[in-house]
Write a protein that binds this ligand. Structure first.
Ligand code: CU
Length: 225
């Protein structure tokens, strides 16, 4: 008897979660990386029951559809280059003290755990600090964590356009000594399925187990051939 009610409740919950996740991306704006991360882990706990995914399911979103930047070897890249793979897209900067290195290190661990299937997972890191993150810096940083990772950069305008397409926020924040700056940015990544559709928003701190499970599902559903 309660089946219909249950599925309706699940749907309503999923919609609420999807809506709040879009809102929360915006909420990262003013928060520093650490507070953003704390808020993220609290919010991330809720969606787990309403979907098979541990991340926030954003299947059908009308953004994160295109990308046009240059990789650290000077090659022009678009999302079409990664078709057939599950792609993890993250916006960050190499001087980030915690969120960026933790996120990419976790993704590297996920790839290792997946073994042979890990070859079909592509990590894409887009620098929001192209002034300091030269191609050389970006390449050393990423390939040091996983030789398959790709780093993308562009002019300030190009990076800004990409961040708008992915609904990612970032801004330069002067350091307290007044001598330099750091970057505030959205602490989460996007996962695209092998057909190139955006499927998940991964909040910072989700963890290796959950991310491995989510990516496994997308690899299984999108094997195609
Ligand atoms: Cu960061």
């Amino acid at each position: 008897m309660p089946t219909n009610i249950k599925s309706f409740a699940a749907l309503a919950c999923a919609l609420t979660v999807a809506f709040s996740s879009i809102f929360l991306v915006g909420c990262d704006r003013r928060s520093s990386e650490s507070t953003g991360a704390t808020a993220g882990s609290k919010e991330a706990a809720a969606p787990a029951q309403s979907t098979a995914f541990k991340s926030v399911d954003i299947t059908g979103a009308d953004y994160a559809k295109q990308l046009s930047l240059t990789d650290f070897d000077g090659k022009k890249r678009s999302l079409a280059d990664f078709k057939g793979k599950v792609v993890f897209v993250f916006f960050g900067f190499t001087q980030c003290p915690e969120v960026c290195p933790m996120t990419m290190a976790e993704l590297a661990e996920v790839k290792r755990r997946l073994g042979k299937d890990g070859d079909r997972v592509q990590g894409v890191f887009i620098t929001i600090d192209p002034e300091r993150d030269t191609a050389e810096v970006l390449k050393a940083y990423l390939t040091g964590m996983d030789p398959s990772f790709i780093g993308l950069r562009g002019s300030l305008d190009e990076v800004n356009a990409a961040s708008r397409e992915f609904k990612v926020f970032y801004q330069k924040v002067p350091t307290q000594d007044g001598k330099g700056y750091t970057m505030d940015h959205t602490a989460g990544g996007y996962v695209l399925d092998p057909s190139g559709q955006v499927r998940l928003f991964v909040r910072y701190g989700l963890g290796v187990d959950a991310l491995t499970s989510d990516i496994k599902q997308l690899l299984a559903s999108g094997s195609g051939s």
